[in-house]
Design a protein around this ligand. Structure first.
Ligand SMILES: [Cu+2]
Length: 433
């Protein structure tokens, strides 16, 4: 059958089957429309009633996010109005000209006046929107006014932060209260002073990642071999959550990050605590845990100042020899952060976590600086991690697999630790704060 014959069949068919439509049929045909309307309405109500979402682009908490917000609101409104007009016009046409068995209307081609108008109108709208868009892009890209530097490196699958020492010996504009500064290296949570414009110098060690804290600024891709700049600034103490927004491999979904904003005095306390000398383990369990750590973990994980009691030498990690990404988180003050493994799991139990997350801005710094106490530790997730990390956070397509090539694994490998070793390690790690 040729195309021609088929169209003939189709156009002739309805003409022979003109039939009166019963009221029963109409009400049945309206039901899906009503149901759809109800679902959309319920969705709108539910989303507007929901509590403050941690990654809400509509509630900016810093100057950069505010600039984006000031731009996106009016554009959203204009686009929304255009969208409603289009929906209404389509709905009207679909209803008005629905098939009632009438003959097809007379076919015409072209309507120059309408076509020119519908080309010029969107062009004008886009040209008007371009003016504030371009100026906001330039304003956001300006990092000349920043007061503090943090280096951010994307790893598979976690973020590393290091706080370099400025020429005057300060870190992020703060002088250490005691002794000289040394670079602070941490992971998962980036601690910042409020009211300070921070220059993030971002890169990646392996694949392209993207850094995004929706309440503080837009996204910035972190690309191996390049350094990209991002300005972060927040006015209110608290936790600002984000997640990697560039697909970066198997555990991309487990690569989150948080910005912890502290009052200036609290930031100074955090900084001084990070720089204090190594504290030898206090309890017998922690002492035994230190030995397990040196044997099982120290080849990948650095704990600053850790000395091997057997030979009196400083223990220095060499993750580049054991993991493909070439890095592992610095665990010096692990219990001063409240998340681990790409900020995906909490080091705090749910009640203790809520105490920090729901703290009023005035109380937030004090609660955060308590770190993880033994009563507050989320032992379930940390034990699962130490028992078998690849089973918890996919690092190999097959979780049972321990794929070692040239002596290297991807991410933290399965270490076959006994439950007793895990007890001792946890006793030791709980003192790292
Ligand atoms: Cu990533």
């Amino acid at each position: 059958m040729t195309f021609h014959e088929r169209t003939n069949v189709q156009t002739s068919e309805p003409m022979t089957s003109v039939a009166s439509v019963s009221s029963d049929q109409i009400s049945r045909s309206r039901r899906p429309v009503l149901a759809l309307g109800a679902v959309i309405g319920a969705g709108v109500v539910a989303s507007s009633c929901a509590a403050q979402a941690p990654q809400d682009t509509w509630s900016p908490a810093g100057e950069n996010a505010q600039m984006i917000h000031n731009l996106q609101w009016p554009i959203f409104a204009v686009a929304g109005i255009v969208g409603l007009i289009v929906f209404a016009a389509v709905g009207y046409a679909v209803w008005k000209f629905r098939d009632r068995g009438q003959p097809i209307p007379e076919q015409t081609h072209g309507k120059p006046a309408l076509e020119i108008a519908l080309t010029i109108l969107p062009a004008v709208i886009l040209a008007v929107i371009a003016v504030p868009t371009v100026s906001t892009i330039f304003a956001l890209a300006d990092t000349t006014d920043t007061e503090c530097v943090v280096n951010v490196t994307g790893q598979q699958w976690w973020w590393e932060y290091d706080y370099p020492i400025a020429d005057d010996g300060s870190i992020c504009g703060f002088m250490p209260t005691a002794g000289n500064a040394s670079p602070i290296i941490t992971s998962g949570q980036m601690v910042l002073p409020v009211g300070t414009k921070v220059l993030v110098r971002g890169t990646s060690r392996d694949v392209i990642h993207s850094y995004w804290i929706p309440r503080l600024n837009g996204k910035k891709d972190m690309v191996p071999g390049r350094v990209h700049y991002l300005r972060l600034e927040t006015d209110t103490p608290g936790i600002y959550a984000g997640q990697c927004t560039e697909f970066c491999g198997l555990s991309h979904a487990n690569m989150r990050m948080e910005v912890i904003a502290l009052e200036r005095a609290d930031f100074q306390k955090w900084l001084d605590n990070e720089l204090k000398p190594y504290q030898a383990p206090e309890t017998a369990a922690a002492k035994a845990g230190e030995t397990v750590f040196i044997q099982q973990c120290a080849r990948c994980h650095q704990i600053n100042g850790l000395v091997d009691p057997i030979n009196g030498e400083l223990v220095v990690s060499a993750p580049d020899q054991f993991v493909w990404s070439g890095a592992a988180p610095n665990l010096t003050n692990l219990m001063m952060r409240n998340t681990f493994a790409g900020a995906t799991w909490d080091l705090l139990s749910p009640q203790c976590r809520a105490r920090v997350w729901e703290a009023a801005p005035e109380e937030f710094g004090e609660r955060f600086l308590e770190g993880v106490t033994p009563e507050c530790l989320n032992t379930v997730d940390l034990r699962e991690w130490l028992r078998n990390s690849p089973a918890k956070k996919p690092m190999y397509a097959d979780a049972e697999m321990l794929e070692v090539t040239d002596g290297k694994t991807r991410g933290m490998p399965y270490l076959a630790l006994s439950e007793d070793q895990i007890d001792l390690l946890i006793a030791y790690l709980l003192e790292r704060k």
